[in-house]
Design a binder for this molecule. Structure first.
Ligand code: BES
Ligand code: ZN
Ligand code: ZN
Length: 490
């Protein structure tokens, strides 16, 4: 999908259809008033994401409650999805600004067009190809004075890079597990590294053994697909900060011997979403040329069953030296991440350490399907992540606080820690507290855990996201990293 800024009044731009956003039900705005009666006739009031196509006038209308971030993203993406299977090849649209000179709105619009147009039909023999190819954004402004050309182009360019990275992640997560396993994850990482000049190290099973990552290896053991540990690094010249991001890369989670019931196993290809987001973040930050050093760490593993599977009752020795009593083999993500977090901290002295994981169903129960759970020992940092995410990234996030009472529920009689809590309450937090045990004291305040179990994969379209994989985590973390570039660090 092409998105272009045209320094022309909208009436002088040729396109198959014009998209008009009706803001706050204002049917009297100059863009809308000539069509008001016709729109009313067909029941269009301009409610949030309500769409009306007046094909005879070549106008597509969509309602937005406001020009705030999520409202405009939702409106544009919904309109794009609506028009996608029609015959229109190009859309023209005016520029909108949440406040005077706000180019975030333009970036949001760009992302919403590209994200809304996403389709995954690689596996359909007779896929209907979308006709829509081009978005032309005019200098005509809905309100306020038009953007400076350079400002507009910059915002659109950033939006394109981020949205294309998100779509790239969606493709990976949507790819079925028979075609996507640890070796493929490693191949994709290598390809990104090559294309973007990143450093890339892939550890195979033998190298992982040498690293003493026995916990990760135990989870992977019953699978015929061998595990891979991946380290990607983007190193700009004068970085303002160093960020490590660790992704849960379960290319499939059957639950292991604590087998998932069939209805829960279905969609568990999604369990590679954290790792896939790490790939997307590396792709985006390198394309955006951000002056922050970013390291991506991925533990790519399949959780399967078999005669040599790891078992409930096993005690695993982690890379850190700590022992884990396995009480449920379906709480495998935290076991893999335990070793990965140790590995990441050993390799890189980072200013920030984030892990991204589809870690718990409990997080979905707590926050709903659309919201990422943000946890950590540094509340201020966690709240910053939440604020940046909700403010402008297009994603939703909420803070889940740790406490010492819940920490006690992870006690094991025979090992240092149990891999599940002794209570089913607060499951997202107890999983976060488990991970926290593998963060070195000196790094305690630098670390955040992002549980994306809810938003990573949803069975209906929502905001800018299609049915299936959303690419959750990419925009949130890229936004955080962008914020680091505008503040001096250290
Ligand atoms: N991958 C799942 C978590 C998950 C569930 C992600 C639903 C997305 C949607 C994870 O490995 C898991 O199975 N967690 C268990 C933990 C439990 C055994 C303590 C869960 O959430 O039920
Ligand atoms: Zn599991
Ligand atoms: Zn899992």
């Amino acid at each position: 999908m092409k998105v272009k800024y045209i320094e022309e009044q909208i009436e002088n731009i040729k396109a198959d259809i014009e998209l008009i956003v009706v803001v706050n039900k204002d049917l009297d705005h100059t863009f809308v008033k000539d069509y008001k009666d016709r729109l009313k006739e067909i029941g269009f009031e301009g409610a949030q994401a309500q769409v009306a196509l007046l094909s005879e006038s070549k106008k597509l209308f969509v309602g937005a409650n406001s020009l705030k971030n999520l409202d405009i993203r939702d409106a544009i993406a919904t309109a794009t999805r609506y028009i996608l299977d029609k015959s229109y090849k190009s859309i023209k649209v005016a520029t909108y600004q949440n406040y005077e000179g706000c180019s975030f709105t333009l970036r949001a619009m760009t992302e919403a067009f590209i994200l809304g147009a996403y389709q995954f039909n690689r596996y359909k023999s007779k896929a209907k190809k979308a006709k829509l190819k081009e978005i032309l954004i005019s200098k005509t402004s809905y309100q306020y004075k038009p953007f400076d050309k350079d400002v507009a182009n910059r915002a659109i360019k950033k939006g394109k890079k981020v949205a294309n990275s998100v779509n790239f992640v969606r493709n990976i997560v949507n790819t079925p597990p028979n075609d996507f396993y640890p070796k493929i994850m490693a191949r994709v990482a290598k390809d990104i590294a090559k294309e973007h000049n990143l450093e890339c190290e892939i550890l195979d099973k033998k190298a992982i053994e040498q690293e003493n990552m026995h916990a990760l290896l135990a989870v992977s053991r019953a699978s015929s697909k061998k595990p891979k540990v991946i380290h990607l690094a983007y190193k700009p010249k004068n970085p303002k900060a160093v960020v490590s991001i660790v992704g849960k890369g379960l290319t499939y989670d059957s639950g292991g011997l604590s087998l998932k019931p069939s209805e829960h196993m279905l969609t568990m290809k999604l369990d590679k979403s954290g790792a896939s987001a790490v790939l997307g973040i590396l792709k985006a930050v390198s394309e955006l040329n951000l002056d922050v050093e970013v390291h991506g760490f991925i533990g790519a593993v399949e959780n399967m069953i078999g005669g040599n599977a790891y078992k409930p009752d096993d005690v695993l020795k982690t890379k850190s030296g700590k022992t884990i009593e396995v009480k449920n083999t379906d709480a495998e993500g935290r076991i893999v991440l335990a070793d990965m977090l140790t590995f990441a901290q050993e390799r890189v002295e980072a200013d920030y350490i984030f892990d991204i994981a589809t870690l718990t169903g409990a997080c979905v129960v707590a926050l709903g399907q659309y919201t990422t759970g943000v946890m950590g020992n540094n509340e201020e940092l966690a709240q910053k992540m939440v604020e940046y995410t909700n403010q402008s990234s297009g994603e939703l996030a909420s803070y889940l606080p740790f406490n010492n009472l819940l920490k006690k529920t992870l006690k094991s009689d025979i090992a240092d820690i149990s891999n599940i809590s002794n209570t089913r309450y607060g499951g997202a937090i107890t999983a976060g507290l488990f991970l926290s045990e593998f963060i070195e004291e000196k790094n305690k305040d630098k670390w955040l855990h992002l549980d994306i179990a809810g938003p990573a994969f949803v069975n209906h379209s929502w905001l800018e996201n299609p049915v299936g994989a959303s690419g959750a985590g990419v925009r949130a973390v890229v936004k955080f990293i962008e914020k680091l570039t505008s503040t001096t660090h250290k």
